[in-house]
Every structure is written in structure tokens, then in C-alpha cells.
Design a protein around this ligand. Sequence first.
Ligand code: PLP
Length: 366
Amino acid sequence: MKIPLMNLSDCYEEIYDEIMVKIKSIIDKTQFIGGEEVDKFEQEFADYCNVKHAVGCANGTDALILALKALDIGSGDIVLTVPNTFIATAEAITLVGAKVDFIDIEEDNYTMNPNKLREYLVNQKSPENIKAIIPVHLYGQMCDMEEIMKIAKEYNLKVIEDSAQAHGAKLNGKGPGEYGDIATFSFYPGKNLGAFGDAGAIVTNNLELAKRIKMLSNHGRVDKYKHKIEGYNSRLDSIQAAVLRIKLKHLDKWTKQRIEKAEYYNSLLNDKEVILPKVRSLGKHVYHLYAVRVKDRDKLRDKLSSLGIATGIHYPIPLHLQPAYKYLGYKEGKFPISEQVSKEIISLPLWPEISHKQIEEVCEHI
Ligand SMILES: *Cc1c(COP(=O)(O)O)cnc(C)c1O
């Protein structure tokens, strides 16, 4: 039985007709950029996140760039993130002209280690150059935001939560955007809330930041012909907004299904030599990915692949060892936990509608 890493079409049946009718009406109205669908999605997504403002944009990478720009971060500033994330997190930092540096992760949860963050800041000669941090809520689980926010306040750091993998995740009842200055989201098709193409958003409780991001995302416009600042073309399309509005209504149900399937995996893999995902106490993990650790990762991956079972590695090369960041001069051994995890981590097939039978089949071969 062939099993993909994720299946994006299983969810279509229940939303297909509604989406087709909506897309047709947008085409008939030729309302492709901005307008009602975008405005309504922004309101509904802000409500979903329990924050005051959401601004749609073109993708999750732009969301990070817009967030950094809105916070006035650029040349001469240092922004900290983690080595085990998608390159977009670090790219956004350098693309606004700032310098990226890394903080190693917690061995249990794979997210930014607050102790390492504090250690880094204590040892800096000029900590005032460090303007912001971008903790990444990886695989669907929130970082230790309680500790991270304490340190950020102490050192006057802005906090952007990269929440591309964490729609609906919680810690102590609070989600992305309720801790940091800004949280950014991607609606890349494979994310927990996925569009039919590229899309993204930022959320914040700060009205000034929301306004600035809205302006930056649309050429710094205040009206059609007046540009207060230089900005970007990074808008959310109406068709994508309409798809996201329809899918958002189902997101909590799909998240529940993800959690139930992840727990089924846990129950089957419990007695094997597999390190299972750990969930923070008082945390809600939304399992964008079901990532486990094994000793002979590449061997397992090859074996599953030969049986038609797809797996993923998120991520095989930590950013400090990527050719793109060679200029930072970091060698193997610099961020040992990220490096070790990158050698052992493997993402098993997971999507809301995966069957117990499919999960049993995957586990049988592990
Ligand atoms: C997907 C992702 C992004 C980038 O989002 P795009 O919409 O693909 O630009 C950024 N950060 C993380 C952690 C991601 O998983």
C-alpha cells in the first residue's frame, strides 16, 4: 500500500462545491485583489487567533519580512533564531539587511532553548545590537514562550513568532500572537491551514504595527496614488482568501483529527526504540508534522521508501551548516543539539484523514 507523507485532496470532498461556487463568484465580479473576501478573512483569522488584528500577505516568508520591516529592523541590527528551521526564517532577517545569528534548541521539544538564549545575551559585548528574536513554533508545538518573553523583556528584544507550522497551537491557553509583538503565518498548501497556492498573514494586538504592515504590504500606500513609504507588493489574493475562509471553518476539526492520529502513532510506537514527540505540559501540539527520532534514520527512511511509504526530514541540514550561511563561519559542533536532531529526525505520514490502517502499516515496518 502506497502511503504519501501528506494528502491534500482527502479534505476536498466536504468543501469542494462551496469553494467552486465561491471562486466562480469572484471571477464573475473580477474582484481579484483586496475587497470583501480579504477583509473578512483578516477579521476571521484574527478572531481565530484571539488577537485584535490580522493582515494577509503573499506568503509566510513575506510575513516575516513585513514583520521585521514594521519593527524597523535592518542594517546594523542582529536578529536571533534557531538553526533547525526552514531557511525562510533566516532569509527574512538577512533580506531586510540585518544580521542573523542562531540559538540552539531544547533536546525535548526542538524549539529555541531559553537558557541558551540567556547565555548568548549575557556573553555579548554589545547586546544593544540585538534587536529581535524569531522563535519558531516547530512541527505544531509552541516554544517555551513564558521563559522567552521574560528574557525578551529584560533585554528589550522584539519578538516575532514564526508560526508557519502552528495554526491553533497553544501554551497555557495562549496561541501565536498572544505572546510576541507579532506572529507570522504561512498558508502554503501543505501547512495546517493551506491555500490553493501561496498565501500568508501576520497577526498582532498592536494597531500601529498592523497598520504599518498593511501599508508595507501594498507599496506603502495610504490611498491609490499616495505612498507614505516604500513598501512591497505582497498582498493576499481574493481567491486565496476565499479558500482560506472556507477551510478555516474546518480547521479545529482537522486539528483534532491530527492529534488523534498522532496519539495513535504514539500508542503503536511506544515500545519501540523511537523517541516520540513530547508535548509541553499545558500545551496544545497541532502536529503539522509527526516527527520522531531514531538511531538509524537513513536506513529506516530507505526501507520505508522501498515499501512505498513516504517520509520527510525537517530538517536534514541545520542552517549554520548550509552553504548559504557559510559566511558566518560556523563549523560542525557549534550547535550540537540541532546537529544531532538533524541526523535522527524523521517525519512520518500524517494528515487529518489518514486511516488507522495506514498508520498501522507504517508502524509495522518500524
Ligand atoms: C513554510 C514555512 C515558512 C515559509 O512560508 P512560505 O509561505 O512558504 O513562504 C517559514 N517558516 C517556517 C517554519 C515554515 O515552515
